[in-house]
Design a protein around this ligand. Structure first.
Ligand SMILES: [Zn+2]
Length: 333
């Protein structure tokens, strides 16, 4: 009896350390244009140079991977021309959402990265050990699964948060319409019954001051219309909020240091869902809801900034280069 064996999925070997050294010797910062993050950074306390990047494949080295090209021979697949050093976040992003990053675009980034090197002559001539580390971090079995996970999760949180805000905004329009219909109904009644005067002074009063309410039947109808839009808002926003909270859980797992920022985002998510389910008739500008949106956006930005702070160029090291300008930060492109 012969066992049922599935044909192995084609998978090429990772690039050699020599190729990796070549990559870092001809690039200074993340290959995504406009991204200022250097490929290595300096630990200010120890003076250590820390790998701050991963090597992305323009065409994946596995069948089914991002931008996999069946026609490409292994030698080309693992050559420098098919490899692009990127910061952690962007390395994760190009593989997480490959549809947004087609091979042609990445090739353009690659050309741009090399062009920049030709101009500024700054790069990272790394040692064999560092090259081995870069290979392990970029292509080691564990790393591919987890090292970029935090970056991907932070990016997911930001996307979920925009989706939550957008969903809530759409729902809010229906609630605003229902509230406006209610106001209009009251105004019609006030006009019919008014004007109103204070019994003691004889001063003219607004319908609110006079506490005039339309007939119960009309009020109830408007109230129930508003209630049902708010219920719909709750139903529409809650699943998005749940996704977002799950993503925050993923961020906490991969980066415990970001826990407090995640807690803050989660708090604001719940506050927004709460605000979206309420309508305060005295709050004519709907400011409670707007403030909840603004606070959530601020919290998400703070989380992103905290993540970048961990990875970005607080004090990038001064690479040994031919013309060391030794500036404190990478070139602004
Ligand atoms: Zn980047």
């Amino acid at each position: 009896m012969t066992g049922h064996t599935r044909p192995a999925q084609p998978e090429y070997r990772p690039p050699t350390e020599a190729t990796v050294k070549q990559l870092y010797a001809t690039a200074f910062r993340c290959g995504k244009p406009e991204c200022p993050r250097p490929l290595y950074r300096m630990n200010n306390e120890t003076g250590e140079t820390i790998l701050n990047s991963r090597i992305a494949h323009i065409h994946a080295r596995r069948q089914g991977g991002p931008r996999w090209d069946q026609q490409m021979p292994e030698a080309d697949n693992r050559s420098a021309g098919n490899l692009l050093p990127l910061c952690l976040e962007h390395a994760a992003e190009v593989d997480e959402t490959p549809a947004h990053y087609p091979a042609d675009l990445l090739r353009e980034w690659k050309r741009e990265q090399l062009r920049e090197y030709d101009t500024i002559q700054r790069a990272w001539p790394i040692t064999d050990d560092q090259a081995a580390e870069a290979v392990e971090r970029s292509f080691g079995p564990q790393q591919e699964a987890t090292a970029t996970a935090a970056a991907a999760a932070v990016a997911h949180v930001a996307r979920c948060a925009s989706r939550l805000v957008e969903t809530s905004r759409q729902q809010r329009r229906s609630a605003a319409d229902a509230a406006a219909a209610w106001q209009a109904m009251r105004a019609r009644w006030a006009q019919r019954l008014g004007p109103f005067f204070a019994p003691d002074t004889g001063d003219r009063l607004t319908p609110d001051e006079a506490q005039v309410e339309p007939p119960r039947r009309d009020t109830e109808e408007c109230e129930s219309a508003l209630r049902s839009t708010l219920r719909a808002a709750k139903e529409a926003t809650e699943p998005v909020a749940t996704d977002l909270v799950a993503e925050l859980g993923a961020v906490r797992v991969v980066s415990r240091a970001l826990g407090p920022w995640c807690d803050q985002v989660e708090h604001e998510v719940r506050a927004l869902v709460g605000a979206a389910a309420k309508w305060d008739r005295s709050d004519s500008g709907d400011s409670a809801w707007s403030q909840a949106v603004a606070r959530l956006e601020t919290a998400v930005q703070a989380l992103g900034a905290a993540w970048h702070e961990e990875e970005a160029c607080s004090q990038p090291p001064q690479p040994t280069v031919r013309q060391s300008e030794a500036t404190a930060c990478p070139p602004a492109a």
